[in-house]
Design a protein around this ligand. Sequence first.
Ligand SMILES: Nc1nc2c(c(=O)[nH]1)N[C@H]1C(S)=C(S)[C@@H](COP(=O)(O)O)O[C@H]1N2
Ligand SMILES: [Mo]
Length: 431
Amino acid sequence: MTMTPARPLSRRSVLKISLASAAVAPVLSAGPALAGGVRSPLAPRAGAPVPAGPILKPLPLEEFVVHGTNAEMRWGSVRAREALTSQADLFVRNHTRTPVIEATTYALRVHGDGLARPRGEGEALSFRLADLKRLPRTTITATHECTGNGRRFFEVQQGTPASGTPWGLGAVGAVRWEGVLLRDLLARVGIRRDAVSVMATGLDDPFVSGGVDYGRVRRPFDIEKALDDALLAWGANGEPLLPDHGFPLRLVLPGWVGIASIKWLGSLEVSTTEQTSPWNTKWYRMTGGDHPADAPPLTLNPVRSAFELDWDAVLPAARTITLTGRSWSGAAPIVRVEVSIDGGATWRAADLRDKPRRGAGHGAGHGAGHGRTRDLSWTRWSYQWRRPAVGAHELLARARDAAGRTQPLVAAYNDGGYLFDAVVRHPVTVV
Ligand SMILES: Nc1nc2c(c(=O)[nH]1)N[C@H]1C(S)=C(S)[C@@H](COP(=O)(O)O)O[C@H]1N2
Ligand SMILES: [Mo]
């Protein structure tokens, strides 16, 4: 079987890179559509404990707030020293529950009419983890964040509740993902030059809500992202993925809304037509408020900032209190952060601890390459709060990214409570 596309792909130089050296020989699998060895967490196996809940890792109360099948990180538990979020501390967003998948029998299936040799689902190419690990490795450090992060502030700060998990600001982390760029896999598989979209489908249980079965969690994305920095990740911060974060393989679309990064990746369909799923038509689009009826599916995450403090934190009075926090953007590095300790009347610059790196930003074509590290991570900052008065205060922080995007004082309302990017008023008490 040849892995070379039927004709040269002149449009995208990236695809030219390694067509000659097909290091991977995909196995044709005639097996069932989900040959990945998914086991229902409810089905006990000999010698293995039956997972108790939708999330398998421990969720200590001091570190997490649990919302049903989801859990967010408490900002007061963030350690200023550590730039990255360990998987143990990372928020979890599950539509259903974490599946337990055997790495040895797992395989990623790739099909669609956008492949150089079109393949239906039943004749998908199948890649085991070991096959993928033979491809060039790439590491990308990026913030990872739920689209609905900050949703509860639509209610508590703006008086307009939105439906969905009432996240504070803790549905975010920064992770060093390790894996293979999707473009490196597609270069070996070969795609047609008129391929336009890729559908990623997870292996977790179908999502049922309000009596409707929406099928497996899946979302399409455009071929430009697929050929830019989309990563098939098997590692996080130097360790294999935890089951809750997508073991054995997840998609990572750096800078994009969390839903784009499909966990427990079962299949990729490369298509010559636009694809849809409820996750880009019904949800994860702006509806309601002042948004037009045909607003496009959400892609980039906005600019946000948080103090490394619990909500309603109590701070011992001192001549100067050092406040620390982080700001991040899905589009570009943070270039400026301002803090207000008087409710927004006056603002002063915070000291940025992580300076924007040259070459950081989007596009794997510049400054990024095989086996090299790119940085789309958050920026840690600090602020000296001098002579804080004893009593109740609101702390505000706002950031600007290198793309010129900032944080407004009011976020645009939408029914799904997505992209709350306004300055959050963080209450603290000095005693
Ligand atoms: N298969 C699958 N992928 C998924 C989800 C899911 O429920 N199932 N949730 C999505 C959402 S909404 C988010 S915010 C991120 C959360 O990733 P994490 O749980 O590893 O932090 O995964 C995305 N990928
Ligand atoms: Mo999400």
